[in-house]
Design a protein around this ligand. Structure first.
Ligand code: G
Ligand code: G
Ligand code: NA
Ligand code: MN
Length: 253
């Protein structure tokens, strides 16, 4: 209950920041990034978005946070482009509640225009539950975002019981295999079969595939062999503040 009030003032007090985690395409030798919000609470210290995003979603604060995230990500992307990272794609997470905001599409266009960035430099990551909540409404909005040139990726793919149900119905470009599947690669033979099947299914549907939570060289080797397009995880880098990102990117490229 206190966090709820604190969230209101956190934006004004500049307590949020964006960290960036690389998404590596080994075959192409390219690297994109995902923006991940961090909250440094004055008394409680670092609070995970897993904890405060659900609270922000229950209130209207998520809309303001979502706007701030996109503005900051645009600003940081411009900086990176000026440093020479001109083909880097920036992924941001959108929460379900943001799709209930009728101004989402206008907000997005306005921010891109003001920051002078191309929508095609952006990936919007949404979870399966977001699409399932209000399928028709979300499809309509996704189509408009896609028309602008934004890439749409399904986050945490595979954990919902309806994962396969919407793959052909929703206007998406990519799936991010949930890290629980990547972890299972080490556990047993079935884990490997499932990841291979997801990659193969996604490619047949013309979807790009990112693996999340990649932590070991064995996982990298397996995913590469199975044609996974992009990999993200501690094996390559933790999420880092913007200041550290250029050197991390240079080391990976
Ligand atoms: O970075 P970390 O693993 O702590 O993120 C925890 C969760 O918070 C993840 O599910 C991630 O998608 C989500 N998250 C991180 N940044 C944002 C953001 O800017 N907006 C939204 N809606 N969710 C975010
Ligand atoms: O739900 P989403 O995929 O957006 O969540 C991203 C979260 O996963 C971030 O909080 C990030 O810190 C975390 N993360 C990123 N890479 C790894 C990894 O290799 N292993 C684990 N366990 N978590 C990771
Ligand atoms: Na994400
Ligand atoms: Mn995810």
């Amino acid at each position: 209950i206190r966090l709820e009030n604190d969230l209101q003032v956190a934006l004004e007090n500049h307590e949020f920041s964006l960290y960036y985690q690389p998404k590596v395409n080994i075959r192409l030798g390219t690297v994109n990034v995902e923006a991940l919000i961090r909250w440094k609470h004055p008394q409680l210290g670092m609070i995970s978005p897993a904890e405060f995003i659900p609270i922000a979603e229950e209130t209207n604060v998520i809309d303001k946070i979502g706007t701030w995230v996109l503005q900051q990500a645009c600003h940081d992307l411009r900086g990176l482009q000026k440093m020479g990272f001109t083909s880097l794609k920036m992924a941001v997470n959108l929460s379900a509640r943001q799709f209930m905001d009728e101004h989402l599409e206008t907000m997005v266009s306005d921010i891109f225009a003001e920051a002078n960035v191309s929508p095609s430099s952006f990936v919007f990551e949404i979870t399966e539950t977001t699409v399932m909540k209000e399928p028709y409404e979300v499809i309509r909005i996704l189509q408009k975002l896609k028309q602008k040139g934004i890439t749409i990726a399904i986050d945490d793919f595979g954990v919902s019981y309806s994962s396969l149900n919407y793959l052909n119905r929703f206007p998406i470009d990519a799936v991010k295999i949930d890290r629980s599947f990547i972890r299972d690669l080490d556990e047993n033979h079935k884990g490997a079969e499932i990841v291979e099947a997801i990659i193969s299914l996604a490619h047949r549907l013309n979807l790009e595939v990112t693996a999340e939570g990649v932590e070991t060289e064995e996982q990298v080797r397996f995913l590469l062999e199975k044609g996974c397009d992009e990999m993200q995880g501690y094996y390559f880098s933790q999420p880092v503040p913007l200041e550290q990102l250029p050197s991390v990117l240079n080391d990976l490229q």
